[in-house]
Ligand binder design. Sequence first.
Ligand code: SAM
Length: 322
Amino acid sequence: MPGRPSSSRALPSSEPPPGPAVDFQHQTVLLHETVELLLPAEGRVILDGTLGGGGHTEALLARGATVVGVDRDPVALAAATARMGANARFQARQGNFADLPRVAHDLLPVDGVLVDLGVSSPQLDVAERGFSFMKDGPLDMRMGDSGQTAAELIASTDERDLAQLLRDYGEEPFARPIARELKKALPQRTLEAAEVVKRAVPRKAWPDRIHVATRTFQALRMAVNGELEALDALLAALPSLLKVGGRAAVISFHSLEDRKVKEAFRALVGGCTCPPGFPVCVCNSQGDFALVSKKAVAASEAEVEANPRSRSAHLRAVEKIR
Ligand SMILES: C[S@@+](CC[C@H](N)C(=O)[O-])C[C@H]1O[C@@H](n2cnc3c(N)ncnc32)[C@H](O)[C@@H]1O
């Protein structure tokens, strides 16, 4: 059962985050399902660790919650602030969700935490951000405004490690030849990198349904942004972020991410290991969390039709129960 709503809390005042305002169009995934799982209500404070265009946040605000949206991308923060900045129950903060214990230290513990992993459509669509193998731009791929670009990562990683990275993050079967060609060519532009991948993979082995460079670009993006490491840090921090009755919801788009979420949630929930028939539990292996739904929630057929990106979305949620 959810905890009682906390008393209504004014947000500490803050400067609007930096960054240019842009037209930011991102189609929110599993909107209704996510909002329902997070139990938004007046007085409940929710951290949206992947604010993006603010689609989830806006719906949570509409249900009366107070929402602090965190994103590492200043462009997303500026767009969300333009959309919802006038709402006194909303605040945007620049940061990494891996670092929520510090970024939101003044609000903890909270009633809800949401992360909707991956990139936003505007990040993919703007060629200069360097995420797309379909549009020419610098081979950048950083969601935020600091750290190594993808071109720098290729240059600074040796061939064997680069191949491992393509295997681990992209599940790329041609990791070795692609890494060899990338190290030879040291591409600086997205289309150049896509051509390198095309050269490295025999034509007859190109996948039917996706571009041959999809897995390589995904792996480079995940490495540049430390995506799995950020998820690990968030999952480890959940017990300290949530109050009793608080819920965490994670939307993932990749089997590696979903596996991490599933395993971390299972560990938080724990399980009694007392022999059957014991009248009371004495093993103390029961965790402080309960699963909100046994299986991952997937997008409906109608949503997949309207937004094909939702096809691979998995939503999982846990509640802190003691
Ligand atoms: C899929 S979009 C979120 C969309 C949002 N839920 C909506 O409905 O508009 C993911 C966002 O999370 C941000 N992001 C990804 N990883 C992050 C991290 N580790 N810390 C903070 N923001 C992150 C990206 O910059 C991007 O804006």
